[in-house]
Design a protein around this ligand. Structure first.
Ligand SMILES: Cc1cc2nc3c(=O)[nH]c(=O)nc-3n(C[C@H](O)[C@H](O)[C@H](O)COP(=O)(O)O)c2cc1C
Length: 185
């Protein structure tokens, strides 16, 4: 089974990223076609990118980079769960991406975004060239949620029908892209 890494891309106390990513994990596990790795950037706790060499050289000097490199290398596909901050993506997700290079290459990525009225669309658009630079291939459909706090029930994110359908389509697409990209890796 392809290994799907779900990345929790916001790290502050009380982040809604966690219940949203936990919903994605529940859906991916219920789908049954993925081996799920839940990567919470708050737990992983990467400092701001502190390697002396360009990541494409893979000459990592820090234990945290080596561990992150191994974990991302082992993954076949990614769902990035991250909010919109000031009309763009937040720092945690960009930092985690910047640490590595070849480990991301030729692997599918899906976005799950949220925000206010814009539902995180501007964050998603801003991250597109970043993942493109790393050789990640974006799924066609992506989840966008406006005012996600309204969908918390006892701390659990409860998707509406449309959000659940888009996520399921995204997982389907992820699997198809994985099969197409795997021979190229
Ligand atoms: C620094 C900061 C900037 C924000 N900027 C935007 C924004 O430009 N557009 C938007 O829709 N929401 C914005 N928000 C609201 C966030 O989408 C909202 O706080 C959301 O809960 C953040 O996700 P998180 O709790 O997982 O970090 C901003 C929040 C913060 C903390």
């Amino acid at each position: 089974m392809p290994k799907l890494m779900i990345i929790v891309g916001s790290v502050h106390e009380g982040r809604i990223a966690l219940p949203i990513a936990q919903w994605v994990r529940r859906a991916a596990e219920a789908d049954g076609r993925f081996d799920v790795d839940f990567a919470d950037l708050a737990e992983i706790d990467l400092p701001l990118m502190d390697e002396p060499n360009h990541p494409r050289l893979r000459q990592y000097t820090k234990a945290h980079t080596k561990a992150w490199s191994k974990r991302v290398d082992d993954a076949d596909a990614f769902v990035l769960c991250f909010p919109e901050y000031n009309y763009s993506y937040g720092p945690a997700i960009k930092n985690a991406l910047d640490y590595l290079n070849a480990e991301w290459n030729r692997k599918p990525v899906g976005f799950v975004n949220w925000g206010g009225n814009s539902a995180g669309t501007r964050a998603q658009v801003a991250l597109r060239p970043v993942v493109g630079a790393l050789g990640l291939v974006i799924t066609k459909g992506n989840v966008e949620i406006n005012f996600p706090q309204q969908q918390l029930v006892d701390g659990r994110f409860e998707p509406n029908e449309q959000q659940a359908a888009v996520l399921q389509a995204q997982l389907d697409e992820m699997l198809a892209l994985d099969q197409a990209l795997r021979p190229l890796r």
